[in-house]
Ligand binder design. Structure first.
Ligand code: SF4
Length: 372
């Protein structure tokens, strides 16, 4: 079934490491944006079956519960949304209150993904985040009280000045609040990130690469022990609770993205909406297409993508089924290129299945580059 992604590009403040498509919240602009987004959804629907809706951003939880309800209703009008659909709202802790969490639940959201990033105050400050660790814990409690039994938490590792012990403290704090799902991302410093300047000015440094590898491997082992299952390079969940929406990205699935900068993949084509919020609203308003670029994927490109993304999954890929789907012998084509990774224990072949080991996951981009 299809997934639906809704992009909400507003934030209360801009974090110094952020490279997403977002801008500062402005009430009037937000009102016009929600109306444009609702219209884009309504105009595009052909009543196809949908089983996930994902509000990402930005900070989607800056919208009012009534606005989230309006957008979910638009999806239900335009698509055949499954009764058991997973409906996720990315939520920042500072936007959560008991009333808002209940409102989101009543609006039809059934999964909360909390952008916590760190449970240590100095780390939150260095990242320019505006919530505290206590606020993050309170947001989890508020979600539980509102009835959410599917909560995910994002943490970032390898932060400036973060030691291995600091990272362990974060992972223990995560286990303490007991989410059903967690995403652990390595901080990526893009070239012009203001955080780079902050680091230079304050003399903050990153732990050596070997320490980052230790942090990653240690946290996965600790989360195994706490009953979580790693299902993707950066994602773990309680058994049976992976993100059904994000699995579509890794399992060669199809999704439609609505809103500025949103991407879609459908019937062998990929397209992207205009990134600018103002341009998106104005194009909708004047009846012009909001699509900025579109390309048809060749079968070869689709295969490369299926291999590249599928091997991010801990279970790896069944080469026979991929081969049948794309009409080639995958092993025959890539065995030579994969040989060094297999010899080094970074990739593992078990029968028809190919997967990365945890050491291999640390070098995933290098290993998977053989496919593209
Ligand atoms: S809250 Fe998220 S999207 Fe917004 S600026 Fe910070 S990192 Fe970027």
């Amino acid at each position: 079934m299809l997934g639906i992604y809704l992009h909400i590009p507003f934030c209360s403040s801009i974090c110094n490491y952020c490279n997403f498509n977002r801008g500062l919240f402005e009430s009037g602009l937000k009102d016009r944006y929600v109306a444009a987004l609702e219209a884009e959804i309504t105009a595009s629907g052909r009543h196809e079956p949908v089983d996930t809706i994902f509000f990402g951003g930005g900070t989607p939880s800056l919208l009012e519960p009534a606005e989230i309800a309006r957008l979910i209703a638009a999806c239900r009008t335009a698509f055949d949304v499954d009764a058991g659909a997973e409906v996720t709202l990315e939520t920042n802790p500072e936007t959560s209150t008991p009333e808002r969490m209940s409102g989101f639940r009543d609006a039809g959201v059934n999964r909360i993904s909390l952008g916590v990033q760190s449970f240590r105050e100095p780390e939150l400050k260095r990242l320019g985040r505006i919530h505290s660790a206590d606020r993050a814990r309170a947001a989890v409690r508020e979600a539980r009280t509102a009835g959410f039994d599917n909560v995910s938490l994002d943490l970032m590792m390898w932060l400036p000045q973060q030691s291995k012990a600091d990272w362990r403290e974060n992972v223990e704090a995560l286990i303490d609040v007991a989410p059903e799902h967690a995403s652990l991302y390595l901080l990526e410093l893009y070239p012009n990130a203001p955080l780079r300047e902050d680091m230079a000015r304050a003399g903050w440094s990153l732990a050596p690469d070997d320490d980052a590898a230790d942090m990653y491997l240690w946290s996965l082992a600790r989360l195994d022990e706490a009953g979580y299952e790693q299902y993707e390079i950066s994602n773990v969940s309680r058994p049976g609770r992976p993100s059904r929406h994000n699995l579509k990205y890794w399992q060669d699935g199809e999704w439609l993205g609505f809103g500025c900068g949103a991407h879609s993949t459908r019937n062998g084509a990929r397209w992207k909406n205009v990134a600018s919020t103002a341009e998106y609203i104005s194009r909708r308003h004047t009846g012009h297409s909001v699509v900025a670029e579109r390309r048809e994927l060749t079968r070869g490109a689709q295969l490369e993508e299926a291999l590249f993304t599928g091997l991010r999954l801990a279970a790896g890929l069944d080469l026979d089924s991929v081969g049948r789907l794309y009409g080639i012998d995958v092993w025959d084509r890539y065995a030579g290129a994969l040989h060094p990774a297999i010899e080094a224990g970074l990739a593992i072949r078990e029968g028809a299945r190919l997967r990365l080991s945890r050491d291999g996951m640390l070098l995933a981009n290098e290993i998977l580059s053989v496919f593209v």
